[in-house]
Design a binder for this molecule. Structure first.
Ligand SMILES: [Mn+2]
Length: 330
């Protein structure tokens, strides 16, 4: 891992204005896409930008299928079906996607603007505005919409704020900077129904809570409690939204006292997906990268191809052990 790319991006303002200028001057269709398994930041940043571009009179296609618990953000705004080819003369804006292979809904081709905050982003595209010092891609979208000169409305501000809320764990994680809070305050001042939004973001269907019981019964502690794991019990992944609903269980087990790493595993087809969280000197990103994935230092993920749960545990444990040793905890 190149340490330099985790530092604040130079030329952020220049790149931001280059992106704003390109969007402003563009008169053809604009396709707005984000990453697979879109989270709050993916949905919020892409939706917020799509609505802002539409307010400018642009022809916009927002290609994103939000998970159930985020569908309320779109309100009446319609998403567009995925495309297998970007039409000639169209522009593709990619948001919150750490790499081109993570993009869902359209191939990364033609004229591409890449807006993201993952340090591991290879800066693909014709214009890339990537700033790992930002807590959320939505924070960059806030700056971009300001640069575009679009008048803020509650409709545009709400999804952008939602992206910032979800990527900071309700303004709780270490990425919650004074700058981010000021940006959030600016958005709330645009008339966002804030308490309603934070409440709504926490809603889950009744089945979620039953599923949580089953997942919590799989909790295990390793390395004297430094690692806590849990998984979606096999056979449940096909069940009525279970996989989608299990998205934030890692956010529950990560609070096991004494743990420095939390990993939630779930099978998907022949693969196993891992959500990884860390604290202290331990890097979830290091663990994810060794397993072929990526993400941020405290929150990352990986997919172990062709591995069921038991193989995935077997692959994961030595990698976590190695990271705990590197960080001086073992
Ligand atoms: Mn994000």
């Amino acid at each position: 891992m190149n340490a330099a790319i985790n530092q604040a991006e130079p030329l952020y303002r220049e790149k931001l204005h280059a992106a704003a200028e390109a969007l402003e001057n563009f008169s053809g269709p604009i396709y707005v896409v984000t990453h697979v398994d879109p989270d709050g930041d993916a949905v919020g940043s892409s939706l917020g930008l799509a609505l802002a571009l539409e307010a400018m009179g642009k022809e916009v296609f927002w290609i994103c299928q939000p998970p159930r618990y985020l569908q309320f953000l779109a309100g009446d705004y319609r998403n567009s079906p995925p495309i297998s080819q970007v039409p000639e003369g169209a522009l593709l804006v990619v948001l919150d996607a750490a790499e081109p292979s993570r993009v869902e809904g359209a191939p990364v081709e033609g004229y591409v603007i890449n807006i993201d905050h993952h340090g591991t982003n290879p800066r693909f595209g014709d214009i890339s505005v990537v700033d790992p010092s930002k807590a959320a891609t939505a924070q960059i979208v806030k700056d971009l919409v300001d640069a575009l000169g679009v008048a803020w409305t509650p409709a545009i501000a709400t999804p952008v704020l939602a992206g910032m809320i979800t990527d900071t764990g309700n303004f709780a994680f270490a990425n919650t900077t004074p700058e981010l809070l000021r940006t959030a305050a600016d958005l709330i001042a645009q008339g966002v129904a804030y308490a309603e939004l934070t409440d709504r973001l926490k809603w889950r269907p009744p089945g979620y809570f039953q599923l949580m019981g089953k997942v919590l019964s799989t909790v295990e502690f390793h390395f004297g409690g430094l690692l806590v794991t849990a998984h979606l019990p096999p056979g449940l992944q096909g069940e009525n939204g279970a996989e989608e609903d299990s998205d934030d269980f890692v956010g529950t087990i990560r609070y096991a006292e004494g743990s420095l790493v939390a990993v939630f595993l779930r099978e998907r087809g022949p693969d196993t997906k891992l959500s990884i969280r860390s604290r202290g000197r331990v890097s979830a990103q290091n663990i994810a990268v060794k397993l072929g994935g990526g993400g941020h230092v405290p929150a990352a993920g990986a997919t172990l191809r062709g591995m069921g749960l038991s193989d995935a545990y077997g692959r994961l444990l030595p990698v976590v052990e190695e990271e705990l040793k590197r960080a001086g905890y073992l």
